[in-house]
Design a protein around this ligand. Structure first.
Ligand code: PLP
Length: 430
């Protein structure tokens, strides 16, 4: 029989129960925030974001890379601004994310533009901004970038994104660097592409880039990919192509469950990168997203109803897959804890949302203490790939977001985007 969660820190991330049994994020009790700002609610810890960036900076000190935060993990401009205050740049995948990075004060020379299907207007926006590099993923995109740069009378800085064909050993749905994924250019095609590129006068090869997947726990796939990248860089150099830098992508995993412990240590990732890449003497870019913001965030939800059905005990919440989609999208696990500690023996429960879809289930047979209607829970590790995936399905609002400063001050960084806002947009179309 499993036991109730103990008071004190949760085994991972910045969440803990204080002596009164109140669940806290970086020592700030969560229930009063839900009372003030409503529920469902995303809350992010600025202190945890800072600590994660400092862990990366110290782990990678030997390589001294430019860290470009992968904005897609959490695109709130206040979050980006907080990240950027540590000297960190941005990895963007759309003109929308580019605008967000600029609005948050990221300087253009620290922005890399990734994404497999950038449209001409997006390429032009990047050129106009004067970003550091475009991570290009196909010959067609190179031609489009060349044309855009020609129209604008400029030369586009290019990193070719290599698909190194390694097994990232993570969830199949978030693997990006294997044969058969839509991402990157085949490893063996790069030398001939580099030759062919010389027929395009408005693009300039500056770097190679790779990103093999997300939520990686094992270092071997990174190590294999870095070795391939180093080999390719040496080969290009031997045939007269000198690169300015290497972009090694993101993907470092984080704990989502107590059994994940502390998760992988960035020191081990940095050691693999240093082993293979430091001898090349090139500046390096890393693009972490999840590692920086994932465990900084929680989502609070209320139990609206409980019900018994065919031997199952359901907790029906006021948050659904539209608010937090990762369980429905990837069958991802989120640890869930009551906002008020209970020492009652846990029983298996089904936590589900209000959406009219059978996939709108957050957890099955999850051991939790019995919770009454009106009780509140927190979904942990909700800082990355959660609020960004929220949508209006079933006429629902996008949840509000709050950022806690280092001193625990709560700031509303986006109010809920309500159904009324959406109706007004539609009704404005006469
Ligand atoms: C998503 C993405 C990242 C960030 O991945 P994480 O797993 O969040 O670190 C970095 N680079 C590229 C190109 C990406 O698409």
């Amino acid at each position: 029989m499993s036991k109730a969660a103990p008071l004190g820190p949760v085994p991972f991330g910045p969440v803990s129960y204080d002596a009164t049994g109140a669940l806290c994020l970086s020592s700030t009790p969560l229930a009063p925030l839900a009372a003030q700002f409503g529920s469902p609610l995303y809350v992010y810890s600025g202190a945890h974001i800072s600590a994660q960036i400092e862990r990366l900076q110290s782990a990678f000190a030997a390589l001294n890379p430019l860290i470009c935060y992968a904005v897609k993990a959490n695109m709130n401009t206040h979050v980006i601004r907080h990240v950027a205050s540590h000297g960190v740049g941005a990895d963007v995948v759309s003109v929308g994310e580019l605008r967000r990075a600029l609005a948050a004060g990221v300087s253009p020379e620290k922005i890399v533009f990734a994404g497999v299907a950038k449209q001409p207007a997006e390429l032009e926006a990047g050129l106009e901004t004067g970003i550091l590099q475009f991570n290009v993923e196909s010959w067609s995109e190179l031609e489009a970038l060349n044309a855009a740069a020609a129209r604008m009378g400029t030369i586009a800085p290019v990193a070719l994104r290599v698909n190194p064909d390694v097994d990232a050993q993570t969830l199949a749905k978030i693997t990006t660097g294997s044969r058969g994924n839509k991402f990157g250019l085949p490893f063996d095609d790069i030398p001939s592409l580099v030759q062919q590129m010389q027929t395009l006068p408005h693009v300039r090869l500056e770097a190679l880039a790779m990103h093999i997947g997300s939520q990686l726990f094992k270092m071997q796939p990174f190590s294999d990919a870095y070795k391939r990248l180093a080999d390719l860089t040496r080969h290009l150099s031997s045939v007269g192509t000198t690169l300015q830098r290497l972009d090694i992508g993101g993907g470092l995993g984080i704990p989502y469950a107590p059994e994940d412990g502390d998760g992988p240590d960035p020191v081990d990732l940095a050691a693999a990168a240093t082993e293979h890449l430091a001898p090349l003497g090139l500046p390096t870019i890393v693009e972490p997203g999840r590692f920086i913001v994932g465990n900084a965030g929680v989502m609070i939800a209320d139990v609206v109803y409980t019900k018994e059905s065919y031997d199952h005990h359901f907790l029906l919440l006021n948050a659904g897959m539209n608010d937090l989609m990762r369980p429905a999208l990837y069958e991802a696990y989120h640890h869930i804890l009551p906002l008020q500690h209970s020492s009652a023996a846990p029983i298996p429960q089904e936590l589900a949302g209000p959406i009219c879809e059978s996939t709108d289930v957050f957890a099955k047979q999850r051991p939790l203490p019995p919770l009454e209607e009106g009780a509140q829970v927190a979904f942990l590790t909700a800082g990355a790939y959660c609020a960004v995936l929220a949508n209006h399905y079933n006429g629902r609002a996008l949840p509000a977001e709050v950022l806690l400063s280092a001193t625990g001050e709560a700031k509303l960084i986006r109010p809920a985007v309500s159904d009324a806002d959406m109706i007004a947009l539609e009704q404005a179309q006469a």
